[in-house]
Design a protein around this ligand. Structure first.
Ligand code: AMP
Length: 145
């Protein structure tokens, strides 16, 4: 299974993004409004970082006062790891496990075209196991269900 297949199975394929000079308060409101764990930080088409709820929590633990004045640029991770839509799900699981993050922006021909979260990966795997079970059941019993 490829990232392209995971994106195709998602209800919404839009990527929620925010500008680097936006306030952290605006980013938090965006995470809550969209019920997501990370936003891509972008200026125009160029990805400049990623801000996850973990970055916000870390900053809150270090200096809660700072959250009121900080901008997204101050808390984001700048070296963003991305994946191609052609990447295999095994590869994505490896990256997420090794690097210890749960979000992977998807880039094709230099353009941001999706976001895959660890939840999307788990859902895709679950669907694939269910399909396989259905096919095995049909094969063994000569029926479909
Ligand atoms: P997460 O587990 O995705 O909430 O993020 C954990 C940490 O990894 C945070 O500091 C994020 O900014 C960072 N992070 C998340 N996704 C990526 C990514 N694709 N590339 C680089 N850093 C990331």
């Amino acid at each position: 299974m490829k990232i392209r297949d995971i994106l195709a199975g998602k209800d919404s394929t839009g990527v929620v993004s925010i500008a680097p000079d936006a306030s952290v308060a605006a980013a938090i409101a965006m995470l809550v409004r969209h019920d997501i764990g990370a936003v891509v930080v972008a200026s125009g088409d160029a990805i400049s970082g990623i801000l996850s709820e973990r970055d916000v929590l870390r900053a809150a633990a270090e200096d809660a006062q700072r959250l009121g004045t900080a901008s997204v640029r101050d808390l984001m991770t700048s070296n963003v790891v991305t994946a191609s839509p052609e990447a295999d799900i095994q590869e994505v699981m490896h990256i997420m496990t090794e690097r210890r993050f749960r979000h992977l922006p998807v880039v094709e021909h230099g353009r941001l075209c999706g976001m895959v979260s660890i939840g999307d990966v788990v859902n895709a795997l679950r669907r694939s196991v269910e399909d396989e079970n259905r096919h095995l059941h049909a094969y063994i019993h000569g029926t479909t269900r």
